[in-house]
Design a protein. Structure first.
Length: 346
């Protein structure tokens, strides 16, 4: 595999949004900020706007993912909108096919279906979602095949059909941070998005494995690798690091089992955590790219060079919306300056 010397372009960039809210803030306000951001990044040339799926988590308003996708797609015109991702074992494949088939019918050519196999919440919430005790994600391959049946051409003798959905061919991307997801995406010849924004441990091994073991399919002839990563760009390294204390505090609260609302940045986070907590949070976020324009550009170049990523999904959660929009503006400009050639077969 090699990078083509022809057809150079700017680095493709996209957005992953968890619809984060501040303490005491309504879900409607958090959702309105996401719509505002989607409109901004569409004008900046971002390729996709993906919404995550999480349940029963204070501070994240992304439980009804297809509803949010429809709302954001209605407020934009050209940017692709999708899931990052739908946690397939939480749902009947037929229902997912009908939802995304309907979205595709309303917004043709703009809908993405990113799929994961994690629960997206705790054990009690899994039960409330009617996810059975025996479901551990190992049935994901079977569920995926059923879903692809509903989104693809009708098969002879097919009794159950997704209407809308059948033959809509909504693009599917597998999401994950484990060997399982990497291997399945490679074997099926599907795009693969690695979740380095919260689980960077296997990033480089997964990127290598996916490319080396990729099997061409009707969907893709060559691999397509997306990397989701935390990015905050600001005027100076110090300013960006201060803004980064907001996601640091969120992950600190995550490992403590506390609500995940956005908290204001602090001048120093050191008094807030123990040495053990610091190590755990920094490990989760060690792939983050945080700093001035120069620092972020170097980080993006290194990420793409080391993983041979075809696209970077930018995750930026700051307390103030103006800081978030500014960061996405800076990243768009920097990505446009990065010389990039898509991966193609040698």
């Amino acid at each position: 595999m090699s990078r083509s010397q022809a057809g150079r372009q700017s680095l493709p960039i996209s957005v992953l949004d968890l619809i984060a809210s501040r303490a005491g803030e309504s879900a409607s306000s958090a959702i309105a900020r996401s719509v505002e951001l989607a409109r901004h990044v569409e004008q900046l040339g971002y390729k996709r706007y993906w919404v995550a799926e999480h349940h029963s988590i204070h501070g994240l308003a992304c439980s009804a993912t297809p509803v949010l996708i429809g709302h954001i797609a209605a407020a934009t015109k050209t940017i692709r909108v999708g899931s990052g991702g739908v946690m397939l074992p939480n749902h009947a494949p037929l229902l997912v096919a009908e939802q995304f088939g309907t979205l595709e019918a309303i917004y043709p050519g703009r809908i993405d279906l990113g799929l994961g196999r994690a629960p997206g919440s705790d054990f009690q919430t899994m039960r409330a979602l009617r996810r059975g005790l025996s479901q551990d994600g190992n049935d994901f391959t079977t569920l995926l095949e059923e879903l692809r049946t509903y989104l693809g051409p009708e098969r002879p003798g097919q009794a159950v059909k997704a209407i809308p959905g059948q033959n809509s061919k909504v693009p599917i991307t597998l999401l994950g941070s484990s060997d399982f997801s990497t291997q399945l995406a490679a074997a099926l010849g599907l795009p693969f998005a690695f979740a380095a924004h919260f689980a960077p441990d296997a990033l480089y091994a997964a990127a290598h494995f996916y490319r080396e073991r990729f099997q061409p399919s009707e969907v893709l002839q060559t691999p397509y690798l997306l990397i989701a990563v935390q990015v905050i760009a600001a005027e100076t390294d110090a300013a960006a690091r201060r803004l980064f204390t907001t996601p640091l505090q969120r992950f600190l609260r995550l490992i403590r089992g506390e609500p995940l609302e956005l908290l204001p940045p602090v001048d120093s986070i050191e008094p807030l955590w123990s040495d053990t907590e610091k190590a755990a949070v920094e490990n989760r976020l060690r792939a983050a790219i945080v700093g001035s324009d120069a620092t972020v550009q170097v980080g993006l170049k290194k990420l793409v060079r080391d993983t041979r990523a075809d696209e970077v999904i930018v995750v930026t959660d700051t307390y103030d919306q103006t800081d978030r929009i500014e960061s996405y503006q800076r990243v768009a400009r920097l990505a446009g300056e990065i010389e990039f050639a898509p991966n193609v077969a040698a």
